[in-house]
Design a protein around this ligand. Sequence first.
Ligand code: SER
Length: 858
Amino acid sequence: MTVDELRSAFLRFFEKKGHKILPSASLIPDDPQLLFTVAGMVPFKPIFWGKVEPVYTRVTTCQKCLRTNDIENVGRTPRHQTFFEMLGNFSFGDYFKKEAIIWAWEFVTEVLKLEKDRLWITVYEEDEESFKIWKDIVGVCEKKIIRMGKDTNFWGPAGPTGPCGPCSEIHYDTGLNEDCSDGECTPANSDKRFLEIWNLVFTEFYQDEKGALYPLPRKNIDTGAGLERVASVVQKTGSNFETDIFKPIISKIEDVLGVEYKKDEQKDISIRVIADHSRAVSFLIADGVFPSNEERGYVLRRILRRAVRHGVLLGAQKPFLHLINETVIEHMGNTYSELKNRKDLILEVTRAEEERFFKTISQGNEMLRDIISRSSKVIDGEDVFKLYDTYGFPPDIVVDVAKDYNLKVDLEGFEKLMKIQRERARSARNNVEYAKSQEIYDELAQKSKTVFVGYDTLECEAKVIFLKKSGTKYEAVFDKTSFYAERGGQVSDVGQIVWDGGSASVEHVFIPVEGIIVHIINVEKGELKEGTKVRLIVDREKRLSTARNHTATHLLHAALRKVLGTHVKQAGSLVTPEKLRFDFTHHKPLTDNELMSIENMVNEIILRSIPVITEEKSYKEAVAEGAIALFGEKYGDVVRVVKVHSFSEELCGGTHVKNTGNIGLFRIISESAISSGTRRIEAITGSNTLNYLRVKEQLLGKICEKLGTSQDEILSKIENLIEKNINLQKELQQFKSKLLVSQLKQTPFEQIKNIRFVHCVFNDIESNELRNLSDIAVAGENSTVALLFSTSKDKVNLIVRVTQDLAKKIKAGDIAKYAAQILEGGGGGRPDFAQAGGKDPSKINSVIEYTRKLLEQN
Ligand code: SER
């Protein structure tokens, strides 16, 4: 049975048992608690949790999963992988333990036809019910049902809190000999001989932050069977890597890197690492992850770079992984069409990152070799830090290499240095003052809160509830405020505060702790005290300009996804009154056409004057409607959704215009890369666009004035000027050449015996010019040796020419080599033509003198 057959046999089996077959969800879960989909149950977490009602109560999937917690073991064992497929059947408040157990047994014994006497069962020690089902209904002999503790037989939650429950596993006895210390081998004491092939989780609890368990509203089933692992049993390969799903990948690695699998265990490890990682890399990129130094992008970078490093161990000297990915795409693309659809993206992104890493490793490896040679037992944290800090050489690779040399790595020391560096960076950002206030605000938040009324009004009456001097300024907290605090990329409002007998300007507003809004103010007149009643007035123009840019940012985001694809994800943004800046994941520069389509699309939505609607709703409602969730909102939180009908819908707390028509003309002013795989667009709106265009127009006007022409004729005028300039340069060049030739010709030559010895020093000329002059020096001559120098302040170039008739006895190359030594540089060449360069022009005479002596001796 091939892996493809196994996958579909599983899904069909459960379909017959009333399950809906659903496609695999993305590797990037819509789940603020997780970076990746780590199990088949992840897409259904909100259903298990009771936050979302299921459409189907029985579901079966084959889910793409990624786990990197054991990455160091990948390649070293037959069963560890990062990317894998998990078969699963799920019940949401429908059937429970009995059916789950009976069907699992039916599938493994009747469909997969695994020998019953090789199967063992484990159950949670307190789960008598499962024990009885296995023993009495299924008929497994009691001796082969092992009761085990919470560490092995209780699964979840996936994330810090969430649904979880006791589980029961099916293990396969591979028959491998293993010495089990306490007599007979069982799944409890032998993890080499027994292979866990299926985990049945009875998801009936919710676990909170403290680890306390509470019953869930429904009792659920979540089963998971690693596809490749089950395949290794069915195909009797003894290793996931020898199943048919890995075969073509391994063959490709053999071809591309010129190695042979199963010849040398050390090399096999590297081959398996590459085989596994090429799948992870392909699937991650297909799901929209790009290599970066943060979160998901960092994990991808780490996996990709680990694969490359193992390639290097096998002798690779240039990018190869993208070629392996081609095979992954070819062989898995029918099952996972995203691979085929994003083929170019996967290959391009992989290749670019490989190229970057090849550079890093060649530099880092040299330093690492040096470090290893002077380390006994442990590699110093400081060395790991230096490698990381200087070359971006990843610490996990150091760990990996260290393993091969039986060295440990002082990661604690490394972390300490990283922490110091982070702290240094933080204080450099000038947040020290705010950090000191943090405790005060935490305390204040226990007693009071600031109510934000600024979505509806720009002015309000309020009372000072807290005031603190901070340098020449004050930090002020009010019971209410219309000022928007910096958040979600939008800068804070600025404005005025007035009170009886006084006034202050508001320079910055921030939220040190949820519920407290702090205003940094400059008191201009009078005295402000706690308890004072004030009027808060937001700068209207600035707020409106910011709102234009913020709504335009949402439109830009939507247009980018429509024009470039849904792999585009926001990677940061800054919204100010002057402009908007939007960073997003995309692997290559945007073409002029793409930029134009995006700009047009945004302007079209503006011209259609569509109302911008903001609504508050629960997170799950918002996400179910398709709102783009950007930041880790917690389930259950009330969120604000900003909608532009049928075009854009985002969760966002910022301030927006009421209608897209208010934005005015939207103009992209720059597009650039900020790191690999991340691009940045800057754009302007409203009167900023008008001003921008005016400035450009004025500039054009000034250029016309200077050139004495009109806008219509400016282009041909500039073309004329350029042409004229080129001609002038040519003429000048010819003139200069003539001068140099005459300098050469006027230089008297020395007659040494019957040899003409020409030497001439020119002032800073191009090397091709020097070469031409050397041709002239020997043209039509016999028995000539010519040394032509060009000097500048601390540089000297030399061309040595020897005519053919002398070249057997006197070699230009030898003279150049000697000259190079004297001039402190390099040099060499043929017997008739050679060059040298150096740093010391004062030694020119010594070179001439040396040559003179050489000729005299001939
Ligand atoms: N969630 C369980 C696991 O990952 C069963 O699907 O093992």
